[in-house]
Design a protein around this ligand. Sequence first.
Ligand code: NAD
Length: 260
Amino acid sequence: MLKGKIALVTGSTSGIGLAMARAFAEKGANVVLNGSRSPDEIELARVGIERDFSVKALYLAADMSVPAQIAQMMAEAERVFGSVDVLVNNAGIQHVEPIESFPVEKWDAIIAVNLSSAFHTIRAAAPGMKARGWGRIINTASAHALVASPFKSAYVAAKHGLAGLTKTAALEFARDGITVNAIAPGYVWTPLVERQIPDTMAARNLTRDQVVNDVLLEAQPTKEFVTPEQVAALAVFLASDEAKSITGAVLSIDGGWTAH
Ligand code: NAD
């Protein structure tokens, strides 16, 4: 389905991004990985994709909070593979703290990585996609692109912003064969969620079990975590030709969270 196409997924060294990169590779795309982790773990993930799916996988280490590095990554991907056909803006970070004590540098970093990086990648990828008359841009938003939770001011603001950027880009590229959509997952069991448990315990004065059951899954009527593979399957569908009329959408995959 994606044979001969190039899929670049930011933040794809773990969690949802890695599951997406593997899912695109399974459909025949060559993939560009990005994100941080130990060099050994990254190489293991990269080689695993090449071995399992007989495609090429390239790793580019750009920091999504640095616009010049983002531009360099996009140029390098196009230089090596000739195009970026599927762009997934997935890199994301979180910080949980009340607004009054929320560190300013954390606010800046979250806005940079979770929102501004998508602006930088999209403006770099769009000319090539337009020239080829085909492109798929998929932004990993969140249920927090649609609703808020306390103590996540920067994350909620960035994800709402990402939904706005998604809609704007969809309108601008509507006649160019390029679709732009956001996926809005509820709680997915990944390192990002695991890492915020201690901060949420502190912010709300709760035990670990209380955070998992009463805070995280409290929002999710199914009482089950979404899996990275389920999110990846939605991304693969959005990249398909059958999904060409879906653009400007923010698609929930949240176990009913935003039905509340
Ligand atoms: P994760 O921590 O497993 O993955 C995040 C990825 O982003 C990693 O590869 C990490 O290296 C990368 N990253 C972080 N900062 C970066 C930077 N400055 N430059 C480049 N890469 C960077 O977390 P995840 O849960 O898989 O999150 C992936 C995306 O899904 C994020 O945008 C997150 O907001 C979103 N999301 C996650 C959940 C969830 O419950 N896990 C829910 C909704 C949305």
